[in-house]
Design a binder for this molecule. Structure first.
Ligand SMILES: Cc1cc2nc3c(=O)[nH]c(=O)nc-3n(C[C@H](O)[C@H](O)[C@H](O)COP(=O)(O)OP(=O)(O)OC[C@H]3O[C@@H](n4cnc5c(N)ncnc54)[C@H](O)[C@@H]3O)c2cc1C
Length: 398
């Protein structure tokens, strides 16, 4: 994995960090270091101006291995089960059905939406729900698809007269620059700087990631104003509410039904309102006030708690961090054991964000890669006991 600093930054991020300092929030030069609290620049898993995906990092370097075969454009329909054991994967590709057979085990990695869907399509899930869709129950597993967690994210935006911003980043001249040099605006991953902050000082760790982006970001970036703007988002990284992933039908090509159920508890709404208060305080400090014009969302008219709560509930987005729908836990409560084996089914593991017992208090990509690396250890028989024995046997180093 390549973790790097950004190749293009607006000049405004420093003002954001200075604004934080005005409110007594210190600088943090490395959020991935010992401390998460504080304000500073975000790092990204990019390399030479491009996102560096898990496929770039792990799959491409292994592409020539004799034992590896990759079938793209295939949709897995179900895990083939025989006498309580996973023996392969049934899939469709270019209109044809096929099966990949597993000699040792099947590792499911379809993500927090796809993995529970595939388990349910295979007859592993809440029995009444499977029967609703006419699926034979192979194993009653009530926790499959339960417990979905996300990071609720609210955005506050302002017009700005201070250039540059990323609002024109798709202009052909920037695309040409990026193609030629892998530098410039398209190399940005939008959010430049952040603050990790505790909405209640008695909390053991930050429960908010406050994100600064020099662009109008609203409705997942699909809405444009046509004019330069700036955005500060409040990502709630300590949520408690949970949703679920359920089947819409028994058709594997159908998308599952996703219920995020965010902000169910009043305490979560209170925490988000405190974070929005902080953002408005930041916007009013000397370093930022001169750069921010009219408040576009929620808008200066939306201030009292009742209206702000209604606005939050109506506009809150998710941060593309779905987790926990096949979570690690004891049989009955969880779907997989600590070595990621599905309870009650032999030779089947899950290795993706769905196994997290609760959503991480930070972005989910790197933790998911860590889960995959641990899974590789488990497959190789290097479970926790073996690792501990190896560590104990290793010679001490200075
Ligand atoms: C727009 C966006 C931006 C993000 N930005 C960040 C970020 O900046 N930092 C960060 O840490 N995280 C970010 N994330 C989150 C991060 O990408 C996820 O946490 C991570 O990819 C989860 O990995 P996963 O293996 O659980 O699932 P995925 O990466 O979703 O992998 C699951 C794969 O399974 C495939 N699949 C599912 N069902 C089937 C099926 N039936 N047949 C065949 N294939 C199937 C899917 O197509 C997908 O390729 C972002 C996510 C999105 C969507």
């Amino acid at each position: 994995m390549h973790v790097t600093s950004k190749r293009w930054l607006s000049p405004h991020w420093e003002r954001f960090v200075d604004a934080a300092a005005t409110l007594g929030i210190g600088r943090n030069p490395d959020f991935n270091g010992a401390e998460q609290d504080g304000a500073g620049l975000l790092q990204t898993t990019t390399r030479a101006g491009r996102r560096w995906s898990a496929a770039d990092a792990f799959l491409r370097p292994a592409a020539k291995r004799a034992g590896l075969s990759v079938r793209t454009g295939a949709v897995a329909h179900r895990i083939a089960l025989e006498d309580g054991r996973a023996i392969g994967v049934d899939y469709a590709r270019a209109g044809k059905l096929g099966q990949a057979r597993a000699e040792r085990e099947v590792i499911l990695a379809a993500g927090a939406y796809g993995s529970p869907q595939l388990l349910m399509l295979s007859g592993v899930g809440p029995a009444h729900h499977l029967r609703e869709h006419g699926i034979d129950v192979a194993l009653e597993a009530p926790a499959v698809g339960e417990g979905l967690q996300e990071h609720p994210l609210a955005f506050i935006n302002w017009r700005t007269a201070s250039l540059p911003t990323l609002d024109d980043a798709t202009h052909p001249k920037y695309a040409a620059q990026w193609l030629a040099t892998r530098r410039g605006k398209p190399s940005s991953t939008i959010a430049e700087a952040g603050i990790h902050w505790r909405s209640d000082p008695s909390l053991p760790a930050p429960d908010f990631q406050i994100l600064f982006a020099p662009v109008y970001f609203w409705e997942h970036g699909f809405r444009k104003t046509g004019a330069p703007a700036m955005t500060i988002g409040t990502a709630y990284i300590g949520p408690t509410s949970r949703g679920s992933v359920r089947l819409r039908s028994a058709d594997p090509e159908d998308h599952p039904r996703i219920l995020n159920n965010m902000l169910t508890a009043d305490s979560e709404v209170e925490a988000c309102l405190r974070a929005i208060d902080l953002v408005r305080e930041l916007a009013g400090t000397a370093p930022l006030a001169s750069r921010l014009g009219e408040e576009l969302n929620p808008g200066s008219g939306i201030r009292d708690r009742g209206t702000l709560t209604a606005w939050l509930r109506a506009t809150c987005e998710h941060e593309y961090h779905p987790t926990c729908t096949c979570r690690i836990g004891p049989e009955g409560e969880g779907v997989v054991d600590p070595e990621l084996r599905v309870h009650g089914i032999e030779s089947l593991r899950v290795a993706d964000a769905s196994v997290m017992p609760r959503v991480t208090s930070g972005n989910t990509h790197a933790p998911t890669v860590m889960i995959a690396e641990r899974c590789a250890d488990f497959v190789l028989g290097k479970g926790p006991a073996v690792k501990a024995a190896e560590a104990a046997a290793a010679p001490a180093t200075a």
